[in-house]
Design a protein around this ligand. Structure first.
Ligand code: GLY
Length: 311
């Protein structure tokens, strides 16, 4: 981490945090780390922590925040659509014992992360896709939601006019450690904006968008899904930690794998990690990746270290 900005993005946020003082977290440990500037996601995860919730409860609660946020154009409601105008969602979740669940290409449901958790807890499968995942969600009475917003429709129209692809990889990855020292992770996205219909990225794929091994630690990814899934990036991070690398070093090594595989790409790929002891780390291919951490003493946003200057 090269800069430490104690964030208080809004006074309302902090006053809503009776358990978190307005002091920076000391040292290198945290209860929660999440991708991007998502203090409300961290706050929701910490609220579960404070209520003695499980690490799974923490990360699910965290991921649900951007899933509900119309202003977040790459996760859940408000996510930018594929080329045919459909918003399709991918998510996965994993716990300390390597139990995991995932859904991909889900349409019309508000919280894919909760459906993924139900796949994990109520079936003996790991992943359900498309219509099958939607039928499962219906059977288990998950809340339906029309996911496309006016802004997203307008953005698609503009994209069709000039085909300019902005940076839209703001996948939420949340890693948490509960009061019993158990860790879990969640990852949720609407994927690349204006993707081909049917495209699924890294986020719902165990080992790519997310990986957790309670004996070692957890990792989550954001950025170009095709790159991250090619190198199975989150798995790489956890395996590097298993070999003794720090979370920061492990994330940097996964970024190196992406760069080796896609040396000429201008696309972002970034990782966050949390060791089983609560030591956190992050690293990005390019500048501009922020991570949010939370602990007993507050919530902070950092600019992560990165390997390449932006092109
Ligand atoms: N990392 C999210 C995606 O590419 O779908």
């Amino acid at each position: 981490m090269n800069r430490r900005d104690f964030i208080v993005s809004s006074p309302a946020l902090v006053s809503a945090l009776p358990l978190l003082s307005a002091r920076a977290v000391k040292g290198r440990t945290a209860q929660v780390i999440c991708t991007w500037n998502n203090p409300r996601a961290a706050e929701a995860a910490m609220a579960k922590y404070a209520g003695d919730g499980s690490a799974l409860d923490m990360v699910e609660a965290g991921a649900k925040v951007p899933e509900s946020d119309a202003g977040d154009t790459s996760v859940g409601y408000g996510g930018l659509p594929d080329q045919s105008g459909r918003v399709t969602l991918d998510a996965c979740i994993m716990d300390h014992e390597m139990n995991c669940g995932a859904v991909c290409y889900v349409q019309g449901y508000a919280h894919p992360i909760s459906i993924a958790r139900a796949v994990m807890e109520r079936t003996d499968h790991v992943m359900l896709a498309g219509a099958g995942a939607e039928a499962f969600a219906k059977k288990h009475a998950f809340a339906r939601k029309r996911l496309i917003t006016k802004n997203a429709k307008q953005a698609l129209k503009e994209w069709k006019r000039n085909q300019v692809q902005g940076n839209n990889h703001d996948t939420i990855g949340v890693l948490g450690r509960d009061m019993n020292g158990r860790i879990a992770g969640a990852c949720s996205t609407s994927g690349r904006a204006y993707k081909l219909p049917g495209r699924v990225g890294d986020s719902p794929i165990i080992g790519a968008g997310l990986y957790v091994d309670g004996a070692v630690g957890a990792a989550a990814a954001t950025g170009m899904g095709e790159h991250i899934q090619t190198v199975l990036g989150s798995f790489v991070v956890v395996e590097m930690m298993r070999q003794g690398k720090s979370p920061d070093e492990a994330c940097a090594m996964a970024v190196d794998r992406v760069i080796s595989a896609f040396p000429d790409s201008p696309e972002q790929a970034a990782f966050v990690a949390l060791s089983r002891d609560g030591v956190y780390g992050a690293h990005a291919r390019l500048a501009g990746f922020t991570v949010c951490i939370a602990g007993d003493e507050g919530i902070e946003v950092y600019d992560a270290n990165y390997t390449e200057a932006n092109r």
